[in-house]
Design a protein around this ligand. Structure first.
Ligand code: NAP
Length: 312
């Protein structure tokens, strides 16, 4: 095994990259497991208008590319692998990616969160064949076609607005009669001539698995129980996210909702020397800028932990 690293960062969203920038500038020579698909959720986003420092906004993937270059510039070593296991029961800690393994005196968990799904069999079967969780990735395939978006949050509005540029019409299906999205996003969606809302409704089933593509969606009105079948070519699921904690389950304390538990106002997990930053520990704010800020905190806390525990 190679030399024990001072800091190993798992994940490459705003939290991971910011932790890397701070750790690298503190001469901690961080190793980052970026994951096979680097960049986190912002790689699946369109225009980011609320990240400070960019007056006109910029595209999510562009923002992540800038952060990656900044982290690299200060000497972060990046490995394009997914961490598959960790061992926090021994010291130094061990992080594995398949056959490869690394030792670290500290670990920053920045594995983020992934899209939630409805849980229908047809949804799984037709994923990538008409069902999608990423408008910017797949919207192109549904030009001038019927598109449906499920959800009532900012993600759903963002997806609907993006897809309305491409599709014939976009129906937003929401399980309640009011949106959770921010007012500005709601207003934009309400104003858009191609976007329609279907309230108090849930996706009951998706057809047609036999044809291997989406043809119709069965919607259940949750107030009347009535089922309606609507012609749909592309179904976009935008109902929120769940934290990516599979590799740390049983090793650090999690909250009942599955997010990593950190000491209030810090990124300290239940294991001294292991820090958690970004969406993997934030079920409240979940913004790029808050992820970046906790990434900064994690690096500073790791630095202090190393100073206190590792003789120079
Ligand atoms: P979210 O705010 O948690 O919204 C999820 C939506 O999906 C809610 O409307 C929820 O319904 C619905 N939902 C959840 N589970 C469902 C299910 N099983 N079946 C049907 N509907 C379901 O998630 P989000 O929209 O991904 O946003 C997450 C965070 O990121 C928020 O803080 C948001 O502000 C932020 N964000 C910001 C932007 C932006 O500013 N441009 C863009 C994207 C995200 P209920 O309303 O009934 O709970």
């Amino acid at each position: 095994m190679a030399v024990t690293r001072k800091v190993i960062i798992i994940g490459s969203g705003p939290a991971g990259y910011t932790a890397a920038i701070y750790a690298a500038r503190a001469n901690l020579s961080p190793l980052m497991l970026t994951g096979v698909q680097k960049g986190g959720q912002l790689m699946l986003t369109t225009l980011v208008e609320n990240y400070p420092g960019f007056v006109d906004g910029l595209m999510g993937p562009e923002l992540m590319e800038i952060m990656r270059k900044q982290a690299e510039r200060f000497g972060t070593e990046m490995v394009a692998e997914d961490a598959t296991a960790v061992d926090f029961s021994r010291r130094p800690f061990v992080v594995r990616a398949g056959e490869d393994e690394w030792e670290g005196h500290t670990v920053v968990l920045a594995t983020g969160a992934s899209s939630k799904l409805l849980g229908l069999d047809a949804e799984r079967t037709l994923m990538g064949r008409g069902v999608s969780t990423c408008a910017t990735c797949d919207g192109f395939f549904f030009r001038d076609q019927n598109i449906m978006v499920v959800g009532g949050g900012d993600s759903a509005m963002e997806e609907a607005l993006y897809l309305a540029r491409l599709g014939r019409k976009v129906e937003v299906v929401h399980r309640r009669d009011r949106l959770r999205a921010s007012k500005i996003m709601q207003e934009r969606a309400f104003k858009h001539p191609k976007i329609e809302f279907v309230w108090n409704s849930a996706v009951e089933d998706i057809r047609d698995v036999a044809q291997g593509k989406v043809t119709t969606v069965l919607l259940k009105n949750l107030q009347t129980g009535e089922i309606a079948e609507r012609p749909v070519d592309g179904l976009f699921i935008a109902i929120g996210h769940q934290p990516n904690t599979a590799i740390v389950r049983g090793q650090v304390d999690l909250l009942p909702n599955g997010y990593v538990k950190v000491a209030p106002g810090t990124t300290r997990t239940s294991v001294p020397g292991v820090f958690a930053a970004g969406d993997v520990q934030d079920h409240v704010y979940r913004q790029a800028v808050t992820a970046a800020s906790t990434g900064c905190m994690a690096a500073l806390e790791a630095e202090r932990y190393l100073e206190a525990t590792q003789p120079h």
